[in-house]
Design a protein. Sequence first.
Lengths: 424, 319
Amino acid sequence: MKIEIRNGRLIDPMHGVDRKASLYVAAGKVAAVGEPPAGWHANRVLDAAGLVVCPGLIDLSARLREPGFEYKATLESEVAAAIAGGVTSLACPPDTDPPLDEPGLVEMLKHRARSLNQAHVYPIGALTVGLKGDTITEMGELAHAGCIAFSQADAALADTQVLLRALQYAATFGYRVWLRPQDIHLARGGVAHDGEVATRLGLPAIPAFAETIALDTIFELVRATGVRVHLARLSTHDGVVRVRAAKKAGLPVTCDVAIHHVHLCDVDIGWFNAHCHLIPPLRGTRDRAALRAGLVDGTVDLICSDHTPVDDDAKQLPFAEAEPGATALELLLPLTLKWAREEKLPLSAALDRITAAPARVLGLDAGHLAPGADADVCVFDPELHWVVEPSALRSQGKNTPFLGLELSGKVRYTLVGGQVVHEA
Amino acid sequence: MHNPQLNADGELQHLLTLEGLPSEIIGRVLDTAVPFVSIAERDVKKVPLLRGKTVFNLFFENSTRTRTTFEIAAKRLSADVINLNIGVSSTTKGETLLDTIDNLVAMNADMFIVRHGQSGAPHLIAQHLSATHRSHIHVVNAGDGRHGHPTQGLLDLFTIRHYKRDFRELTVAIVGDVLHSRVARSLIHGLTTLGTPEVRVIGPQTLLPTAVEALGVHVFHDMRRGLAGCDVVVMLRLQSERMKGSLLPSAGEFFKHYGLTVEKLKLAKPDAIVMHPGPMNRGVEIDSAVADGTHSVILPQVTFGIAVRMAVMSILAGN
């Protein structure tokens, strides 16, 4: 199958490309950019005039809810949401039921994803058995089965000695560890940022220093072990300051922020809007400003969707009892574009944070469109306006704080491995 | 921010919180309550304002006093009152909060009096009724988590106004476990809305919420300094499970620092009044000599509570 994506605005942030050019795809790879290869004859031509052609998005935190939570979402529904949102590679946290702590589970997930043949699914293995925080997993077996990193998801490790050993073990074999920095004790029972809003609403709160204390611990352990750590979903001003200093000191750390925290803060909870019950909690305006500034200057490497489909029943509860999380795979692109517009950044900078930057963290040859690269491509109309409403979303989760918001940027074609898997 | 308790005409549709409630509406509730106090002193203690209406007392959390005063208030307004003590276990039985509401709506409820352990539960119910086009049914928050207890706040305001008249000249101290107190939050909003120039909270750091100053209060950790020159002293209840642990070392040490004694009360103005939402822990937050003393208006608070709840229900039913 030879596909020609004709006359689009081709943006490839990894290679600094932003120009009008056609993209030629053959045998699942990018065959050429700009000029067709010799003897080119396309089986299909996609007219991309007025559209942006970029690498398929790479999302480092997407819960597909399998295994265990199929009533909330299935691999089919969420992969469909991913490709509708231009996302062609997904890293999946291990907090499934059972957690991804055995090679068999990982192989099954990879197999299920492969048989769908629509997006690349990269499982993140559990760092400890059952995510319980006492026994480290068979990381070698899990890596062999396809885990690209190891993580505790949101079940932060209470025992610092176990954390040290897990990091030492991972460092020994060169595995990457992803940690969401949060002190488990300080966060206990909390559902909102410890500040004026939580005080007004009487919501149990999580102080900002629950994040910085965890970061300080992690940085010390990174120094001691040399392990490469990716910090998932930073949420505070002081956290950004800490990460900036750690990077300056040469520690091998990267970090991301969830798209919700780029746009929202605790004030958006309003009168107990359960859509805004997220992990980590939405913080204050100063925190949001710091996260955005960190994204601009590179302290924060990338944006993830933190896609967590939740069924309606689980949200129709008082704020603290409502299940945290929001659907986001289909919103990652338009909300990232919105951020870049607000910050007056070029489109290529926006796309870098959701293509090239996450590819670097994954250590994969992906997220770019040089000849020879896998033809994972997103073609979108940056000016097409649409309103976020349940009927507009493929994800089985319809809950998002952005319901009712008008966004611009809609995916027209998604290619994975040179095949058109989504068109609209 | 949209105020979910007011209808399109700016009238009270639900009573969910005192935060953001216009001072005119608070004043109207307090004024309406005045004649209801005297009704209680008559032989026939009933008026027909809610005749034919069905009021559901929906208590997901145990309560004797608040439920009883709401029941009396509704009965004095001639409503039919149904008491449901659902307790905390109902959700484990499988029925969600909103399923319970839908079932009661199907029984033609006119008003829900809701107490729930979770902050925001009454807002959720009001929003659900509105989303399902049944917003003619009124919701009264009878205490939700740590968030609010607006009828308690209103009866506190009524009591203060009864004894002190002008809010714009008062210094009010709220003492004890502000962190977990919905009573404190509601009273603070009510007092600041009515222009009280000095509202103080007194307690140890462990029992004061972060950024509480943002609610418009001054923080004191030293009770003696905090009580100096006060017109009104409001003591908060300390839940027994919080008397020992990481919040406080013991009830005895709490009483030593933050219990109200005759001696400490002397630091307040000579005509200061002492309030408590009840039930009291004698010897923990308040000494019996104060609770039963001449400054105490704790029992009048209970009496006024019925009148204020009658006022709230009658105003809602009229809107």
